[in-house]
Design a protein around this ligand. Sequence first.
Ligand code: G16
Length: 547
Amino acid sequence: NNRMALFEKVSHYSALHPKPVGLVLQYGTSGFRTNAKQLDHIMYRMGLLAVLRSKKTKATIGVMVTASHNPEEDNGVKLIDPMGEMVTPLWEEYATQLANAEQEGLVTALNDIIEREAVNMSQDASVFIGKDTRPSSERLSQAVLDGVSSLGAHGHDYGLLTTPQLHFMVRCKNTDGSYGNATMEGYYTKLSQAFIQLTKHVPNRTDDQKRLLVDGANGIGALKMREMEPFLQNELQVLLYNDGSQGKLNYLCGADHVKVLQKLPQGVEIAAGDRCCSFDGDADRIVYYFNDSAGKFHLLDGDKIATLISIYLKELLTQAGLDLQVAVVQTAYANGSSTRYLEETMKVTVRCVKTGVKHLHHAAQEFDIGVYFEANGHGTVLFSKAAEGRIKQLALDPNTDDEKKRAACLLENTINLINQTVGDAISDMLLIEAVLAIRDMTVQQWNAIYTDLPNRQLKVKVADRRVIDTTDAERRAVKPAGLQDAIDVLVKKYQMSRAFVRPSGTEDVVRVYAEADTQENADALAHEVSVTVYKLAGGVGEEPKPL
Ligand code: G16
């Protein structure tokens, strides 16, 4: 009877968040994403689902309202599991079922999940909610809260937050504070203390070395960087651009823009040699770059970040005398030069998985230390419990010699600086800044570790991107028939070349990636592959033009 009453309430409230008849949306690479106008019912229903997930896991669950790198008009939602990871694949399926149930079938769909998961409806539930700075986020996060409260549960609204900050809060809450305090202050204190510990022993850091230009993509990352500044006690001097006071979110700026177009964001005043970085719209991605004295732009993407961090960690492990395996997880977008450098020069294990941090995170958990980064700058480092234990023990052991102790302490503070729940632009930025300081490296020296193969990313509009199906971590297309054979023929025309296509999970496009010995060849190959996709996979609009 209680359940009947609850369902009546759900029916009543869901009518205030009606689903447009016939609209079908999928839980994609990173949750639901589309134009903000189509998302009200999704938000309400994800509020409901988060309550069920919370009751099932007997833990706090997170719901983040954001469309990250997408344009400002879009929005989206992702669910966060108890340890701060992305929600498990089975619950992504439930999310899709619940999202697509027509209005009159909603209660049945909800009941199906309760039955299949044997959710104890009398269990307490707790949901943390956060949102980015999109104008639509206010209203949409309210819809999530409505969903949570219509199942009689408590929602804690953090308001404006970066995505990784919400992941952090969820983990803090579910580990009773052992990961940190589930407050903004808790986050800033933990990270800035670790950063200060790491950099305070570096001799003679000049103001130039402490200075960093940050492009905040006109989003939440800029606001949060401002909030964090006092905690950093001038150990890092941030010059903030695209702080949201004027420009539009992600428009001509931000990590995705810089990575895909391989050029400076608008609105940043950069001088030769200045170290710069760009966040994306919810601050879970970061890329670095600089202009050389000849005015040429150089990008340091997720692959270069993964390499820098791996070199640093491996060296500290050697100094500490710890035999722990470091592995790097990448996707098909990883530059061929990075994979070669990691495998052949650094001799680390490299794994390639499908796009989406959830896949990288999962693979990275298999190693003592798993460094995972997508080329687009989305990534972090995971330390196994055993690895963390051995590092801490060594740092505490009174018989450890000085060199080993120093390395163990650096490793310990490095662990504290890293947001191990998900890629975090602020945490990654501080880690990179610390590594460059400790190793006394300039951004130019970092860039020179290996040379990227020239590459190009393009998008193709097709009628239905689901006609493309891939295998081998998205490196080969199995559908539509003939597409892969055609790509193989094109790739053979060039030197050091590689290309693949895949349907995006966040935008209504097919993505094309190509690399080759020269930029002209990478551009030509990317264009030819785009035309092939257009012809064989139902392209719409004008045929792609050469670059
Ligand atoms: C999201 C995912 C990333 C993924 C990106 C692009 O990033 O979290 O893992 O690389 O989308 O995905 P796709 O190529 O499928 O559109 P973000 O920063 O937008 O959340």
